[in-house]
Design a protein around this ligand. Structure first.
Ligand code: PGA
Length: 257
């Protein structure tokens, strides 16, 4: 299977989200082999988008969440609220939250733990900055992010986990990773997780690529067997582009079927 996560970020309001959700579902129509689709609108649009995706093949995801269930945490959104909203997936540790909003590995660990407690599917983002890659530190950085995110946690299988490898320098820049660079990191991520959770085979961990995925490069990523899907930001709010990315995933699935 291939999974496509649409991360709309803070780019659309409620009305636009409704239209975009309808358009996004249309991209699946008439296809024989459809990828798994997860739509992540802004919080304020979750309940309206839920009505649209409810009877579809798409799942609903949130872009972040609190590590607390409830209480005096002004401005935060808890996983308990997701239950009412039909949210099944949550993006955690996105680079914009780490680097712009100051989220630490410790905060991300608490969120991962809480999300798994609530039976949510975690989409954990990891990735190095340009300076870290230039210094040859990308493997160490990503390993540290993974080990810290899962610190103290026990999992029996990898069903509820996606890792999105998203090099910070590739996000929203138009400069995606090269396929060999990406493959090396995907393999590394699977290896690190297998070493950490010994009883789970490396191949069971699903790893996505994210960072300037476009219609022009989606196929080259998706056709790789080490790539379980893509996390799409900018191109997910441009329906024509998103349609072509879904098309690329369908082609790959068709070729594999
Ligand atoms: P982008 O964003 O596709 O616009 O680079 C990806 C992401 O932030 O997850």
């Amino acid at each position: 299977m291939k999974t496509i996560i649409a991360n709309w970020k803070m780019n659309v309001g409620v009305r636009e989200s409704v239209a975009l959700a309808r358009g996004t579902l249309l991209t699946l129509r008439g296809r024989k082999n459809i990828p798994e689709l997860v739509i992540c609108p802004p919080f304020v649009a979750l309940s309206e988008v839920r009505k649209i995706v409810a009877r579809s093949h798409a799942a609903l995801g949130a872009q972040n969440m609190s590590w607390e269930d409830q209480g005096a945490f002004t401005g935060e959104i808890s996983p308990r609220m997701f239950e009412e909203l039909g949210v099944t997936h949550v993006i955690l540790g996105h680079s914009e939250r780490r680097h712009v909003l100051g989220e630490t590995d410790e905060m991300i660990q608490k969120k991962v733990q809480k999300a798994l407690e609530h039976n949510l599917v975690v989409i954990l983002c990891v990735g190095e900055t340009k300076a870290q890659r230039d210094a040859g530190e990308e493997r160490d950085i990503v390993k540290e992010q993974l080990l810290k995110a899962f610190d103290g946690l026990r999992i029996k299988n990898a069903e509820k986990i996606f890792i999105a490898y998203e090099p910070v320098w590739a996000i929203g820049t138009g400069q995606s990773a090269e396929v060999p660079q990406m493959l090396e990191m995907h393999e590394w991520i699977k290896r690190v997780l297998h070493e950490r959770f010994k009883e789970i085979p490396a191949s069971q961990f699903r790893v996505l690529y994210g960072g300037s995925v476009t219609p022009d490069n989606a196929y080259q990523f998706l056709r790789e067997s080490l790539v379980d899907g893509v996390l799409v930001g900018g191109a997910s709010v441009k329906i024509n582009q998103f349609n072509e990315i879904v098309e690329a995933a369908s082609e790959v699935l068709e070729a594999q079927s």
